[in-house]
Design a protein around this ligand. Structure first.
Ligand code: KIV
Length: 288
């Protein structure tokens, strides 16, 4: 099997997403086909053109401009303070930095909860001003009417249920969701409600693995897990977590694939030491 970035070694033969979509962006129809073919895919967050370009070249088919930008990129403690203007700016940068990935723009807290009309207004901003191919919003049954309106208007919507970080203050932290019969039934109802409303995909965050697998089996649209075990159709990680850029502890469900924080820190220390010792710039870095 060809091991090019767009067709990684682990992709199944004839894979839809990793099988050679090289001259256009991935679409929500490609994701639907991947579900039918039993093909798993990866999604990463991105908040700027440079990093998004790296992931795009590596063949990551879907990039989420998450409102996790709040705590992972903009220095806030939670996602709650993130504004629409910030999401439009970050999403536009990610679109500019990529050629092939489907870019999903996250709707921040307060940009859609008021009414379906508010959701429509702000989703249209992400589509028109940033150029994203889809939007994501949190909530199951409670967001179904807004999802329906956006989908009717031609806006692909990724839903997000389970642990919804914009409700951090109501949850009192980031607890695992869907534990116990009633909570599990509610999660299933939420998943079915957003699918019924027309969502093309559903993020399941911090949900017991068995329950996430059950939801995945019962849905016709792909599920994207984060802290939801191995039984979902796709997996998403926050890029600063997966690449080892996050300071301090990362959640249990994160696998760190690199240690960029230490690589960058070492480079910065070496640069400062060279400057202080007078060994940078050397003659090869100097105009004669
Ligand atoms: O904002 C985000 O990064 C997210 C993912 C964790 C799914 O919503």
């Amino acid at each position: 099997m060809n091991a090019s970035p767009l067709q990684p070694a682990q992709a199944p033969e004839g894979a839809v997403l990793y099988g050679g979509i090289t001259n256009r962006r991935v679409t929500v129809r490609d994701l639907a086909k991947a579900k039918q073919a039993g093909e798993r895919w990866a999604m990463l967050t991105a908040y700027d053109a440079l990093t998004a370009g790296v992931f795009d070249e590596a063949g990551i088919p879907v990039l989420l401009v998450g409102d996790s930008a709040g705590n992972c990129h903009l220095g806030y403690e939670t996602t709650v303070p993130v504004t629409m203007d910030q999401m439009v700016m970050l999403s536009a940068a990610v679109v500019r930095g990529t050629k092939r990935a489907l870019i999903v723009g996250d709707m921040p807290f307060g940009s859609y909860q008021e009414s379906p009309a508010q959701a429509m207004h702000n989703a249209a901003r992400l589509m028109k001003e940033a150029g994203v191919g889809a939007v994501k919003l949190e909530g199951g049954e409670r967001s179904a009417r807004s999802i329906e309106l956006l989908v009717e208007a031609g806006i692909p919507v990724m839903a997000h249920i389970g642990l919804t970080p914009q409700s951090v203050h109501a949850f009192g932290g980031y607890p695992v969701q869907g534990r116990g019969d009633e909570a599990a039934h509610q999660l299933l109802r939420d998943a079915k409600a957003v699918q019924q409303a027309g969502a093309f995909s559903v993020v399941l965050e911090a949900v017991p693995a068995e329950l996430a697998a059950q939801v995945t089996e019962q849905l016709a649209v792909p599920t994207v897990g984060i802290g939801a075990g191995a039984g979902t159709d796709a997996q998403v990680l926050v890029w600063t977590d997966f690449a080892g850029m996050t300071a301090g502890r990362v959640p249990k469900f994160v696998k760190q694939y690199a240690n960029l924080r230490s690589v960058l820190g070492d480079a910065a220390r070496e640069f400062a030491a060279d400057v202080s010792a007078g060994t940078f710039p050397a003659p090869e870095h100097t105009f004669k």
